[in-house]
Design a binder for this molecule. Sequence first.
Ligand SMILES: CC(C)(COP(=O)(O)OP(=O)(O)OC[C@H]1O[C@@H](n2cnc3c(N)ncnc32)[C@H](O)[C@@H]1OP(=O)(O)O)[C@@H](O)C(=O)NCCC(=O)NCCS
Length: 406
Amino acid sequence: MPLDVRPTTFEDAIAARRLGAEAFGVPSTPPPVPTPGSWPPENVRPWIVKDGDDIAGVLSVRSFTSWFHGARVRTAGIAGVTVAAERRGTGILRPMFAAVLADARQRGEAISTLYPTQAGVYRGVGYEIVGAYQVLRVPMPALAKVRPPSGGTRARRATAEDLAGIQSVYRSWASGHNGPLTREDVPFAMEADEMFGSESTYTGISVAVDGERIVGFVSWTRGTGYDRTGTLEVDDLVAETPDAARALWRVIASFDPVVGSADVPTTAGWSGADPIRLVLPDHAATIVRDEPYMLRILDVEAALGRAILPPIQACVPFAVVDPTTPDIEGSWSLETTGDGSPTIGSDRGENPDRLVFTSAGLAVSYAGSVSTTALRRAGHLTGPTTHDAAWDALWRGRDIHVRDYF
Ligand SMILES: CC(C)(COP(=O)(O)OP(=O)(O)OC[C@H]1O[C@@H](n2cnc3c(N)ncnc32)[C@H](O)[C@@H]1OP(=O)(O)O)[C@@H](O)C(=O)NCCC(=O)NCCS
């Protein structure tokens, strides 16, 4: 009997969830038991692979919107990928992804992203690592010498009235990078109830203000104990100015006598560093969480064509040639006239100067995380080098950061 890949109906919901729990372990706070009225959960598209009555695999898709190159890009976020233990290694994954990604593309999702447990598995279906969700543990002594803000910036505790200002700070940061979610979609929507209501998991949210204007925020959870062995958990620390960053770091540093360190989600590397780290007088920190983030293009024209690119004139022929991802193979010509909006039209691939990417090569190049020189060395880009410099100038201008784990 052929495999049947389809959206999970309520009849299979409990068994599908059991399969997920078997693979990932039962969560410490399990989600509510599904009921016909609550299935599927909000912003979740659960998929199942059936072989007759047997469940061979499951996964879930969430619709997100990500910022890439100044544009909002509809994103199929994949999670909970599980193949039944006895069926692993028997070729379930490829047909499962083919059906799920075709559906996502049809819904208008231009890219797909996921956090892998094993990157190799997803390379086979066109994904590549473009960045990582990372958490740095910063020892309190490393924050002791953060200078006070020099201007009129100061920190104060936020209230629900500050929500719009906080959202605006997040939006200005996120839209300037590649990768961040817009946080307009469940479960990452920045809403008053979740941030300030009785359901909030934060101990506090502090804002940096310059006059009345909110120029940064930090959301934090205090944790237990007061003997300097504990860690204060930061959920977000985003600042528009160096003074805002200093003011917010100093809020964290003020806990020095009662906690030993702070865990801060931030990009750990010094290449493409998070600006909030550049104001710190000391670099001391250890990575306590490191989750690679993989990306795959689903629709070349929809993803690349909406980017806001640097104001340079260029005409670059390019192609994707990759037998593992026939759905995105093709040949195009990218033209920018200098107004920042590219035109991408498919062509017949006759230009001998065209850049030839693998699916992974286009994914990392689009994310801006790897240069054409490096891609050539990895075998993800071939063809003459005529257009390498133009391609890098167009796509390498924004750093990649991801802050929401799913
Ligand atoms: C991860 C998981 C879903 C993969 O399913 P699977 O059936 O075991 O996958 P396969 O072994 O058929 O591998 C799929 C493809 O990836 C390739 N692959 C597997 N591991 C690889 C590795 N480490 N490096 C490179 N390629 C790898 C396989 O060769 C295969 O390619 P092919 O289709 O061209 O033959 C399954 O092992 C599982 O359920 N694990 C437990 C839960 C889990 O970790 N889920 C992932 C969450 S992100």
